[in-house]
Write a protein that binds this ligand. Structure first.
Ligand code: B3K
Ligand code: ZN
Length: 814
C-alpha cells in the first residue's frame, strides 16, 4: 500500500473542463461512457495523463474520436495511463467501462441498496465508476444521462437540473441531468429506483422558489416530515445567519438503507443513511430527531462550505468538515439548548478525539500523510475536526463576526475557477484579514497532533490584592512528532467574557485590585480542545457546581457534598431540564478510562455502577418527584421543552408498558435490559415481536444487547444474525462497551479480530472502522496488551488485506 504525502502535492498536468457521462444500468452489468474535454495546464505539454480506476473493466478509449489500440495506453489494477496526447489547447477523451454494481458490497462507487442503484464517491469512490483524475482539484461541468428499465427503476436522478426525459425501446427510459456548477467528482451522484417523494418548496430571501424533494420507498413517506422540517429550517438559518442562499431550483434528498456513513453532500442530490431521515414518535427517539436535524443541516450547509468552495486536496479536509460541523453545531444550538449541545459535543470529543490523539492514528487537523483517506473519516472524523470549530467560536465570540469572515473567504476565493480550490493557509489568511485579528501561533493546530495538556496554578496575594494564574502547556509526543511547539490556546475566564491568550509554553496573568480570593471558572464553555489540570480544591469545585453561571463548567466530582449538590441541581426550577438531565448523568466508562494512566475497565465499571446506585438511593425522593412532574399524556412533540422534560423524567425512572413514544419506551428497555433474568428476556422478546418489520428499530434492539454489560455477552452476540447494516449496532455496540469487549479471557478481542478479517472481504471501510477499537491497546494492562496484539498480528497476516485495514492495523502495531 502506498502512503500519500501532503508535501508531494503538485498541480494536475491536465484539467477537465466538461464531462458528459452516460449510464446504461443493468442487472448483470452497467456500461458507463464518459466524454471529457481535456486541456493541458501547460500549453504543448507532453506529460502523460494518468487516470485512476479501480475494479473497472475497460471497454474502449478514444482520443479525438480515434480508437486507441492496446499498445497506445497502459493499464494496471489502479491506473489507466495515456502517454501520448495531442499537443492542442484541448481535446476530447472518450472512455467506456463496464461495472458490476450488484456485486459491490463496499458501498463505495455505484452500488445497489434494497434493489435501487445509488452512489457514494467521497473520498475516492468515483474511480470505481469510470477512469478519471479522481482528485478534488479537477473541477468540471457535468451532464449525466441515466438509462434503465422503466418498471424496475421509474425514478432516475443525478446532480443539477433535469433537462429531458423519455421512453426508449425495450421497456427502458432515460433522464438527462445537467449541473450548471463546476464540481469535483467526489460530489457526483446518481440514484435509480422505485422511490416516492415528499414534496415541498422553500422561497429564498431573494424570492426564488426552490423545489424540495425527499425520496424514500413509498411506505416510508409518512416518516419524512421531520426531515423536511429540518431541511427548511436549515435553509432559512443559513440565510439568516450567514447570508447564504441556495443556488439551484431543486434540492433532492434520498434515503437508502445501506450506507457506510451518515450522509453525503452531493451537489443538489444528498444521499442519506435512512436512519438519518426516517422518524416517527413510535420508531425514533429524541436523540434520533436531534441527529436528523443536525445532519440534514450539515449536508445542506456543505452546499457552500465544501461544494461551491472546494478543498484543493484531501489534506485540506478540515476546511470543509471543520467549518461545516461548526455551522451545524451552531444551527442545532440555535434550535435547541446551547449548553446541552455543547456538553454533548465535548463529551463526544473526549470519548473519541482525545483517545485518537493519544493513539497510533493521531494526526493534526491537517494530516501530513494517509494511506486510505477513508480512515480519516471514522465516526470520529467530524469530532476531530470540530476542535477547529471550538477555537473559532471562541475567537469570534459571535456569529456576526463569523459571518463577515465567511463572506470575506467566499469573495476572496471566487475570483476564478482555480482559486476556488482552497488550502488551510487561504482559510487562515482569510480569517485573519477579514477580522484584522491576531491569531498568534494558531496555525500550529494544523500541523501538530496530540491533545495539549494545560496546567493552571492560581495564587492570591491578600496584601497586594492581586490574583495570579500561571499556565503551562505541553503537547504529548505522537507518532513521528516527538517534540512540539507552543500553540495558541484561548482561555475564557469568569467575569465577563474575557479571553486570556495563552501562546507560550509558560505564561502568567496577574489581576489587580481583587478584594478576596476568587474561585476562577476557567475554560468556560470549553474554550479550547485541551485537557486541563487545575489546582482547584474539591471545595472550589463544589462551589462551582453550585454557583457557576457557566453551566458547562459545573463538573462531576465525587465528594460527600456531591450528592447534596446534585440534589439542589435536581430541584432547581430555574435550570433547563435537559441540562439537569445531563448534569446528573455520570460520564461513560470510556470517558472515565481515558483519564487513567493505565485504563482499567473492570474497576471503572464497578465504581461507576456503585456511584449510580448510591445516587439513585440517596436522591430517590427527588427523582420520583421528577418522574411525577414530567410525565405527559399529550401527543409526542419534538421541541426543546418537551425533549428536556422527557430527558429529565427518564433519568429518574422509565416505564416500558405505558410508554407512548420510543424515547420513553427505549429508555425503559435499556434500563430493564441491564439485569439478566426473565423480565429482561420478556421485554426484549416483546419489543422484537412488535418491531421486527422495521429494521431501524431492530437495529436499536441489536445495539442494546450488544452493548450490554451482562457477563459473557460475547456468546449472545454470536447468536444474533447480522447483515452489513447491522454491523455498526452489533459490533460497534459490543466494542464500545468495555466490560465484555475487554474481558480478561480475551474472548472480546478474539471476536473482533475474527469479524474484522471476515468483514474486510466484504466492506473494507466498515472493517477498518470496527478495527479501530483496537487502536488504543497499549493503554491496558500487560495481559490485555498481549491478547490485543495477538489479534492485530493475526489480522496483519490475513490474505488480501485491504488498504483501509492495513493502515489501521500496521499503525497500531508500530
Ligand atoms: N462528507 C461526507 C463524509 C464522506 C466520508 C467518506 N468515506 C459526509 C459528511 O460530511 O457528513
Ligand atoms: Zn461534512
Amino acid at each position: 500500500p502506498k502512503e500519500i504525502f501532503l508535501k508531494d502535492y503538485t498541480k494536475p498536468d491536465y484539467y477537465f473542463e466538461t464531462v458528459d457521462l452516460s449510464f446504461s444500468l443493468g442487472e448483470e452489468k452497467t456500461i458507463v461512457s464518459s466524454l471529457i474535454k481535456v486541456s493541458p495546464r501547460v500549453k504543448g505539454s507532453s506529460a502523460p495523463l494518468v487516470l485512476n480506476g479501480h475494479d473497472l473493466k475497460l471497454l474502449s478509449v478514444k482520443v479525438e474520436g480515434k480508437l486507441l489500440k492496446e499498445g497506445d495506453y497502459q493499464l494496471d489494477s489502479r491506473h489507466l495511463t495515456l502517454p501520448s496526447l495531442p499537443a492542442k489547447e484541448s481535446f476530447v477523451l472518450e472512455i467506456d467501462t463496464e461495472i458490476y454494481p450488484h456485486k459491490n458490497t463496499s458501498l463505495d462507487g455505484l452500488y445497489k441498496s434494497s434493489g435501487n442503484f445509488c452512489t457514494q464517491c467521497e473520498a475516492e469512490g468515483f474511480r470505481k465508476i469510470t477512469f478519471y483524475q479522481d482528485r478534488p482539484d479537477i473541477m468540471a461541468k457535468y451532464t449525466c444521462r441515466v438509462e434503465a428499465d422503466k418498471s424496475l427503476y421509474p425514478v432516475l436522478l443525478s446532480n443539477g437540473n433535469l433537462i429531458s426525459q423519455g421512453d426508449i425501446e425495450g421497456g427502458r427510459h432515460f433522464a438527462l441531468w445537467e449541473d450548471p456548477f463546476k464540481k469535483p467528482c467526489y460530489l457526483f451522484a446518481l440514484v435509480a429506483g422505485q422511490l416516492a417523494s415528499r414534496d415541498d418548496t422553500f422561497t429564498t430571501r431573494s424570492g426564488r422558489e426552490v423545489s424540495l424533494k425527499i425520496w424514500t420507498p413509498a411506505e416510508d413517506l409518512p416518516k419524512t416530515a421531520h426531515a423536511m422540517y429540518s431541511l427548511k429550517a436549515a435553509m432559512k438559518w443559513d440565510e439568516d445567519v450567514f447570508g447564504l442562499e441556495y443556488d439551484l431550483d431543486l434540492f433532492n434528498i434520498v434515503a437508502v438503507p445501506d450506507f457506510n456513513m451518515g450522509a453525503m453532500e452531493n451537489k443538489s442530490l444528498n444521499i442519506f443513511n435512512s436512519k438519518l431521515v426516517l422518524a416517527s414518535p413510535e420508531t425514533a427517539t429524541d436523540a434520533d430527531y436531534a441527529a436528523i436535524l443536525g445532519v440534514i443541516g450539515h449536508e445542506y450547509f456543505h452546499n457552500w462550505t465544501g461544494n461551491r468552495v472546494t478543498c484543493r486536496d484531501w489534506f485540506q479536509l478540515s476546511l470543509k468538515e471543520g467549518l461545516t460541523v461548526f455551522r451545524d453545531q451552531e444551527f442545532s444550538s440555535d434550535m435547541g439548548s446551547r449548553t446541552v449541545k455543547r456538553i454533548a459535543d465535548v463529551s463526544t470529543l473526549r470519548i473519541y478525539q482525545f483517545p485518537e490523539d493519544a493513539g497510533p492514528m493521531a494526526h493534526p487537523v491537517r494530516p501530513h500523510s494517509y494511506i486510505k483517506m477513508d480512515n480519516f473519516y471514522t465516526g470520529k472524523f467530524s469530532i476531530y475536526l470540530r476542535s477547529l470549530g471550538f477555537l473559532l467560536s471562541i475567537v469570534f465570540q459571535s456569529n456576526v463576526l463569523v459571518f463577515s469572515f465567511m463572506k470575506r473567504v467566499l469573495i476572496s476565493i471566487s475570483k476564478d475557477m482555480m482559486s476556488k480550490l482552497v488550502t488551510c493557509e487561504d482559510f487562515f489568511a482569510a480569517m485573519r484579514d477579514a477580522n484584522n485579528a491576531d491569531f498568534a501561533n494558531f496555525l500550529q493546530w494544523y500541523s501538530q497532533a496530540g491533545t495539549p495538556v494545560v496546567k493552571v496554578a492560581s495564587s492570591y496575594n491578600a496584601e497586594a490584592r492581586t490574583f495570579s494564574l500561571k499556565f503551562s502547556q505541553e503537547i504529548p509526543p505522537t507518532p513521528g512528532q516527538p517534540t512540539k511547539e507552543a500553540t495558541f490556546i484561548p482561555v475564557t475566564i469568569s467575569s465577563s467574557s474575557t479571553i486570556l491568550r495563552v501562546t507560550k509554553k509558560e505564561e502568567e496573568f496577574v489581576f489587580s485590585d481583587i478584594a478576596e480570593r476568587p474561585v476562577p471558572s476557567l475554560f468556560r464553555g470549553f474554550s479550547a480542545p485541551v485537557r486541563v489540570e487545575t489546582d482547584l480544591s474539591d471545595d472550589d469545585l463544589f462551589f462551582l457546581l453550585a454557583h457557576d453561571s457557566d453551566e458547562f463548567n459545573r463538573p462531576l466530582v465525587l465528594n460527600p457534598k456531591f450528592i447534596q449538590g446534585l440534589g439542589s441541581v435536581l430541584s432547581d426550577s430555574t435550570l433547563d431540564k435537559e441540562f439537569i438531565a445531563k448534569a446528573i448523568t455520570l460520564p461513560g466508562e470510556g470517558e472515565i478510562m481515558d483519564m487513567m494512566a493505565v485504563a482499567d475497565p473492570d474497576a471503572v465499571h464497578v465504581v461507576r455502577k456503585f456511584v449510580r446506585k448510591q445516587l439513585a438511593s440517596e436522591l430517590k425522593t427527588e427523582l420520583l418527584k421528577i418522574v411525577e412532574n414530567n410525565r405527559s399524556i399529550e401527543a409526542y412533540v419534538f421541541d426543546h421543552p418537551n425533549m428536556a422534560r422527557r430527558a429529565l423524567k427518564n433519568t429518574g425512572s422509565s416505564e416500558y408498558k405505558s410508554a407512548t413514544n420510543l424515547t420513553d419506551q427505549f429508555a425503559a428497555l435499556a434500563a430493564l435490559s441491564q439485569n439478566p433474568g426473565k423480565t429482561r428476556d420478556d421485554v426484549l422478546a416483546d419489543f422484537y415481536n412488535k418491531w421486527q418489520g422495521d429494521y431501524l428499530v431492530v437495529n436499536k434492539w441489536f445495539l442494546l444487547q450488544s452493548s450490554s454489560d451482562i457477563p459473557g455477552n460475547v456468546e449472545n452476540i454470536h447468536a444474533l444474525q447480522t447483515t452489513i447494516i447491522q454491523v455498526y449496532s452489533l459490533i460497534g455496540g459490543f466494542c464500545g462497551s468495555p466490560v465484555n469487549f475487554h474481558a480478561k479471557d480475551g474472548s472480546g478481542y478474539k471476536f473482533l479480530g475474527d469479524i474484522v478479517v471476515q468483514l474486510d472481504k466484504i466492506n473494507p471501510q466498515v472493517a477498518s472502522r470496527m478495527l479501530s477499537a483496537f487502536s488504543r491497546w497499549k493503554r491496558y494492562d500487560e495481559t490485555r496488551q498481549a491478547l490485543a496484539k495477538a489479534q492485530l498480528e493475526m489480522i496483519m497476516s490475513a490474505n488480501g488485506l485491504s488498504e483501509n485495514v492495513f493502515e489501521i492495523a500496521s499503525k497500531s502495531l508500530a
